[in-house]
Ligand binder design. Structure first.
Ligand code: NDP
Length: 433
């Protein structure tokens, strides 16, 4: 607390992990003797910089940019860039910390990092977004590289932004170093299935969670929050596997569509036209847009929070439980508050933690890096089946680790412990650095 004053999100994320490590530390005193717990909560480096740019009316704007290089014990720093008005050092330290354990779970040799800016792309023209991205990369380029630190997208950073960022990186460095950033377009070094990967991977993880239960995605009623990259593709894969996705949200409210969301229209409204969700309701007809309220009041069997941190609190969890919800899996990072997770456990609802359940995006970024290194491109089916295999493995690892440490079914503890052990063992082997 004294070291990180005011960093509530970071402290929440650290608390959640350290709490679940008690049984590991009891069995492995070498982690304490090697200073692992003290070292693992301190980022290797935090870079903070000024991002000046000129808006369409000629006014100079100044944003803050950051890159948190949290841990490189397993490989190059890897983690997305977030552009959202709420971004600050606290947000990015929490996300970078989570990323370290998530990346360890993928087994792909990736360290952890995160970056971004308090730039808000809402309502900005393509030209403004491009100029901002160019200014942001003018500084970031000094700190990244295919073997050093490999950013990707996150909230507010999709294909358009990645294109502008990568173009500017090439311009500044004069190098065609495709592996420096992931989430690129298919025509210039991107990987098939990277766009779909986090959402698809989340649903593969849910499928594994349900394998030994008496229900499945087929025939179930699903609610997702958000309507961005993760939400859209989670909804698509859940629909392909027989679920009806009846509701989604954005920062203005939520829409309920009892026939099941029209995902092509939703993608067009949110991803292409960048409109509010109310436009979906108007154009679709015969469905309801509810302004300013929580999507968790909609009855469902499966809830997939895919928007942002702390979006599902204790009250929302109680409402979900009261409505008969049987599974919550986190597509976003830390979307459930600590109280929500407690309620979910008490009520016997299955819980898929973000570090495991949303690792499909970074895993596929890892596959994009491999393809770039080999100067080749696998087809969609190959990447998708690798993603499925990785998510199935992550489920098996998290479930087996929870069992091994006497907490069967506690996938959150399983994910924290399995991720921690991989990083901690690498840290011990490499000495005090
Ligand atoms: P997008 O920007 O594509 O979509 C975010 C969605 O969440 C939008 O619908 C947005 O609403 C909504 N949202 C964002 N912030 C808020 C807020 N404060 N209150 C209410 N709604 C909000 O982001 P992604 O889909 O990429 O990311 C979503 C989550 O998934 C994040 O937690 C991210 O860290 C996590 N994640 C993403 C990965 C990826 O590969 N993209 C990988 C792993 C995790 P609006 O449209 O109104 O802005």
């Amino acid at each position: 607390v004294a070291r990180n004053p005011g960093q509530k999100l970071f402290r929440q994320a650290v608390h959640e992990v350290l709490e679940s490590l008690a049984p590991v530390v009891a069995q492995h005193p070498e982690y304490v003797e090697g200073g692992i717990l003290k070292r693992i909560v301190e980022p290797e480096r935090v870079v903070s910089f000024r991002v000046p740019w000129v808006d369409d009316s000629g006014v100079i704007q100044v944003q803050r940019g950051f890159r948190v290089q949290f841990s490189s014990d397993l490989g190059p720093y890897k983690g997305g860039l977030r552009f959202h008005r709420s971004v600050d050092e606290d947000t990015l330290k929490f996300l970078g910390f989570e990323q370290v354990f998530k990346n360890a779970l993928t087994g792909l040799g990736l360290g952890g990092g995160k970056g971004g800016s308090d730039f808000d792309p809402h309502g900005r023209t393509d030209g403004e977004v491009m100029r901002f991205c160019q200014s942001f990369m003018a500084e970031l380029a000094h700190h990244i590289g295919a073997d050093l630190d490999v950013p990707a997208g996150d909230i507010g950073v999709g294909g358009r932004e990645i294109g502008y960022l990568y173009g500017q990186y090439r311009k500044i460095t004069g190098r065609n170093e495709a592996g420096v950033i992931t989430g690129k377009g298919i025509g210039y070094g991107g990987s098939w299935a990277r766009t779909e990967a986090t959402g698809y991977g989340l649903v593969y993880y849910v499928r594994e969670m349900l394998r030994e239960t008496d229900f499945s995605l087929d025939g179930s009623r699903v609610v997702v929050s958000g309507s961005g990259n993760v939400a859209l593709y989670a909804a698509r894969k859940a629909t392909q596997l027989g679920a009806t996705v009846v509701a989604c949200s954005d920062s203005s409210g939520y829409v309920v569509d009892e026939r099941g969301l029209d995902l092509d229209l939703l993608a067009d409204v949110k991803d292409v036209r960048r409109e509010r969700l109310s436009v979906y309701a108007e154009e679709r007809g015969d469905c309801e847009f509810v302004e300013g309220r929580s999507v968790w009041e909609v009855k469902c069997d499966i809830a997939l929070p895919c928007a942002t941190q702390n979006e599902l609190d204790g009250d929302a969890a109680r409402t979900l439980a009261g409505n008969g919800c049987r599974l919550v899996a986190e597509g976003a990072n830390m979307p459930c508050t600590e109280e929500a997770v407690e309620v979910i456990r008490e009520k016997g609802i299955l819980f898929g933690p973000a570090k495991a359940a949303n690792a499909g995006g970074v895993a596929t970024s890892g596959l994009e890096m491999r393809q770039n290194a080999g100067r080749l491109q696998w087809d969609f089916e190959r990447v998708d089946s690798e993603l499925d295999r990785i998510m199935t493995n992550i489920y098996a690892t998290t479930a087996a680790t929870a069992e091994e440490y006497g907490m069967p079914g506690d996938l959150a503890a399983g994910a924290n412990i399995a991720g921690f052990r991989r990083v901690a063992d690498a840290m011990l082997a490499q000495g005090v650095i």
